[in-house]
Design a protein around this ligand. Structure first.
Ligand code: SF4
Length: 449
C-alpha cells in the first residue's frame, strides 16, 4: 500500500530503502519542532507534558487553572504508584467559566489556593496555566508568590498553556518548576548516591530499579519524580550523579543541575536485558568502588543467566515477527528496538513524539534499511506504514491502541496507563509474555479473515 504523505511532513520521515516517497536527500530527520498545522499529531499538549512529569510527586497538590476539561487528565489515567502519601490522586481545578474569562480568574485562583492551604496544610502546590489562562493573561506567578508569602507554603506556577509549544515544552516547564523547588537547597554537601530522573514509578518500576541499585551498593538520594515527595526532592542537590532514564523529559533538568549544582549525569535505560545490565555496570563505574563494579557485574550476570532459558522458551514463538513502535521519547524507542532484537523480532516502523536528532541517529544505526523512522507521526501515517511494512504488533500508548485494533494487529501498551512493570529483568518477563500472548492470539487471524 502506498502511504500518502503531506509534502511538509516528508522531512520528518526517513527510510533507508527510499521506497516511501519522502525527502531522502535531507541530511537528517527533521524533529524536535512544533507539529504541522493540518495534521492530527499523536502528541499531547504543553500542559499534559508538564502534568506527566509532576503528577507522580505524591504529596503535591495540583491545581489546574482553567476550564474543567483540562483537569480530566488525572492520576486515574496514569499508573504511578506511591509508598507514602496518595494526595496526588486528587485533582483540583479552578473550573473557569464565561464570567471568569471576561473578568479574569486571579481571584478564583487565589481562593482555590487559600482553600487548599486551610483544609490540608500542604507543603507543595503546583498551579498549571492552561490555554485560556494564557489568552486572558492572568498573572499566575504573582498569585502564587503572594500565597507563598502569606502562608509559607511552596506554591509554584507551571507555565503550561496548551498552545505555547509542543509536549516537549511542557516537560521543560515541569523541569523549571522542579528547579524552582530545589534551587533554595542547592548548596548542600554532596553525599554518595544518585538521583533517578525520568522514572515515574509506573506499576512500581522505580522500586525495581532501587532494589537493583541496593544490590550493587549504590544509594539513591532522590527520585524525580516517581514516588517522590517535597521532602525527598529537596535533597536532590546532594547527589553525586544524576541518572537520566526518560531523556526526552529530563535531559534539560539534568543539564541545569550540572550547571548549577555540579551534578554530572549519565543517560541510562532499564528496558530489556541488554540495556538494564549495561546501565547498572555504567552506574557502578561512574560513582562506585571496585567492589560496586564487581557486584554489578556479578548481579547482571546472574540475572542474565536466569533469563536465558525463559527467553529460549519464547523465542521460537516470536522469531521472524515484525514490530512497529510509536512511543513518547527516543530512549524508550531505542531500548524497545534492542529488546525486540533480543526476542528475534524485527522493528519495521519506529517513531516518537519528542525524540531528538541524536536519538534518531541511534535508531537508524540499529534498524534495517527497510525500516521507516518517523517523528511526530499522525494516525494516517502510522496506519499506512504499519500496513506497508507488514507489522504484526504495535507498541505504543492509549492513543495508538485503536489504530492497531482497527488494522487487526496485536498491541502492547508501553505507556503510563499500564498496570504491570516493564522495566528491569522482571519487566523482560512481563513484556515477553505479553508480546507472545498478544502476537500469537488466534483473534488476529479471525479479524483479518
Ligand atoms: S490544549 Fe489547552 S484546553 Fe486543551 S487540554 Fe491542553 S491546556 Fe487544556
Amino acid at each position: 500500500m502506498e502511504a500518502r504523505i503531506l509534502d511538509e511532513r516528508k522531512a520528518f520521515i526517513v527510510n533507508g530503502k527510499k521506497d516511501i516517497g519522502c525527502n531522502f536527500d535531507a541530511p537528517a530527520i527533521k524533529c524536535d519542532s512544533d507539529s504541522l498545522s493540518g495534521t492530527v499529531s499523536q502528541r499531547a499538549c504543553v500542559y499534559c507534558g508538564a502534568r506527566v512529569v509532576l503528577n507522580p510527586i505524591t504529596d503535591a497538590f495540583h491545581i489546574v487553572h482553567g476550564p474543567i476539561g483540562c483537569a480530566s487528565y488525572t492520576w486515574d489515567i496514569r499508573g504511578s504508584l506511591t509508598s507514602g502519601s496518595d494526595l496526588y490522586r486528587n485533582s483540583f481545578s479552578t473550573d473557569l467559566s464565561d464570567k471568569d474569562i471576561v473578568f479574569g480568574g486571579e481571584k478564583k485562583l487565589a481562593a482555590a489556593i487559600e482553600e487548599i492551604i486551610e483544609k490540608h496544610n500542604p507543603k507543595l502546590i503546583f498551579v498549571y496555566s492552561t490555554c485560556i489562562v494564557g489568552v486572558i493573561g492572568d498573572d499566575v506567578d504573582a498569585v502564587c508568590k503572594q500565597a507563598e508569602k502569606k502562608h509559607g507554603t511552596r506554591v509554584i506556577s507551571v507555565k503550561s498553556p496548551g498552545f505555547s509549544g509542543n509536549k516537549s515544552y511542557g516537560y521543560k516547564m515541569a523541569c523549571n518548576a522542579i528547579l524552582e523547588l530545589i534551587e533554595p537547597h542547592k548548596n548542600q554537601a554532596k553525599i554518595k548516591g544518585v538521583n533517578i530522573l525520568g522514572d515515574f514509578n509506573l506499576a512500581g518500576e522505580m522500586w525495581i530499579i532501587k532494589n537493583y541499585l541496593r544490590e550493587i551498593g549504590i544509594p539513591v538520594v532522590a527520585t524525580i519524580t516517581g514516588d517522590s515527595s517535597c521532602e525527598t526532592l529537596i535533597k536532590a542537590p546532594a547527589a553525586q550523579l544524576n541518572l537520566v532514564q526518560c531523556a526526552g523529559s529530563m535531559t534539560y533538568l539534568a543539564k541545569k543541575m550540572e550547571e548549577e549544582m555540579g551534578i554530572p549525569f549519565v543517560k541510562i535505560s532499564f528496558f530489556g536485558v541488554e540495556d538494564t545490565s549495561a546501565s547498572l555496570i555504567r552506574i557502578a563505574e561512574a560513582i562506585g568502588s571496585g567492589e560496586n563494579i564487581q557486584k554489578a557485574e556479578a548481579f547482571t550476570e546472574m540475572e542474565r543467566n536466569k533469563l536465558n532459558s525463559f527467553m529460549d522458551k519464547y523465542k521460537k514463538n516470536l522469531e521472524g515477527k515484525k514490530a512497529a513502535i510509536y512511543v513518547g521519547g527516543g530512549f524508550k524507542a531505542i531500548s524497545l528496538i534492542r529488546q525486540f532484537r533480543e526476542m528475534g523480532i524485527e522493528t519495521v516502523v519506529v517513531g516518537t513524539q519528542t525524540g531528538k536528532k541524536e536519538d534518531y541517529e541511534v535508531m537508524e544505526s540499529l534498524v534495517g534499511k527497510d525500516t521507516v523512522i518517523l517523528d511526530d507521526a499522525n494516525p494516517a501515517e502510522l496506519e499506512a506504514f504499519m500496513k506497508q511494512k507488514g507489522a504484526d504488533i504495535l507498541v505504543g500508548g492509549v492513543k495508538e491502541r485503536p489504530l492497531a485494533y482497527k488494522l487487526g494487529i496485536a498491541f502492547c501498551d508501553h505507556n503510563h496507563e499500564r498496570k504491570h512493570a516493564l522495566a528491569g529483568y522482571e519487566g523482560v518477563i512481563n513484556f515477553t509474555e505479553e508480546i507472545n500472548l498478544s502476537l500469537n492470539s488466534p483473534v488476529w487471524k479471525m479479524v483479518r479473515g
